[in-house]
Design a protein around this ligand. Sequence first.
Ligand SMILES: NC(=O)c1ccc[n+]([C@@H]2O[C@H](COP(=O)([O-])OP(=O)(O)OC[C@H]3O[C@@H](n4cnc5c(N)ncnc54)[C@H](O)[C@@H]3O)[C@@H](O)[C@H]2O)c1
Length: 295
Amino acid sequence: MSVHSQSKLVAVEESHRFMFDCFKAVHVPDDHARAMADLLIAADHRGHFSHGMNRLEMYLNDLAINSTNASAVPEIINETPATAWVDGKNGLGAVVGNYCMDLAIKKAKIVGVGWVCAKRSNHYGIAGWYSKRAMEHGMVGISMTNTSPAMAPTRSKEAALGTNPLAFGAPAKKDKFLLDMATTSVAMGKIEIQRRKGDSLPDGWAQDPEGKQTNDAELAYKTRCLMPLGGLELTIIENQKTDPLKPVLVPGDKEDAIMEAVNQSGGIQYLENQLKCCEELSKRLNVKPMEFIMK
Ligand SMILES: NC(=O)c1ccc[n+]([C@@H]2O[C@H](COP(=O)([O-])OP(=O)(O)OC[C@H]3O[C@@H](n4cnc5c(N)ncnc54)[C@H](O)[C@@H]3O)[C@@H](O)[C@H]2O)c1
């Protein structure tokens, strides 16, 4: 673990106490303040500094202008034995997230699976927090949320999709697996942390207002346009012009284009080595060899 040179050590309990007190100071009820402090301290404890103390002020500001309802309690709109749709009533993200995952766990204990979706929630922190809740009951936990647009799809100049994190966790007897990630190359909060440290950004994280990659954390923070996973492919040529032969891509587009090309050409282009293997299989299994399209 690397520790920044200009940092100070705070005990986990003390950091939790401070965050709890801050929520209490803006009139958040005890149990909701605790839910938020538990979420944020878990993020810092796990090294996801982007979503711990770093996010505290944002939540407090949202509460101060009443854009989040501190005391709202979620309600079920519709449910079946295995599913539910919940109204978060514009409550705090951790309150709504915990409610939904706990309901999913309850349902899964009875019918084997629980799938709960919420509307009218707010920023819910690290997605992995909720998967972990299910894992603690010996279950597989999946958690996802959408966010405001902050990601430029491959070859795009502007943000169109969110950082939309997803977490998948599976417990095991001695170990566990917990994937917890933004679907951008990194979470927006990591740009904020680089900015707090006064450090530059690695390649592949963010774009500038012109749609070019930037290593400037301050500019990236202002532009709020992250790059997608595996997204170093930019096509800005000059003066913000893009290559018309290389259109903007979102997941699924590549495969659609390949299917179209297969349909147009009348077949799938296999490698010679693959075909040699099929020839051997046809002999071994006494199956009629494959015929090729001659062009
Ligand atoms: N609530 C929101 O709106 C929101 C939006 C985006 C992200 N987030 C949260 O931000 C946090 C950070 O997201 P991120 O994508 O920047 O995380 P990250 O890139 O630091 O890690 C993503 C995942 O990759 C794994 N990982 C990282 N390096 C690895 C390596 N070398 N080998 C094996 N596994 C490795 C981590 O364990 C983690 O599961 C997450 O907790 C995410 O849920 C929340």
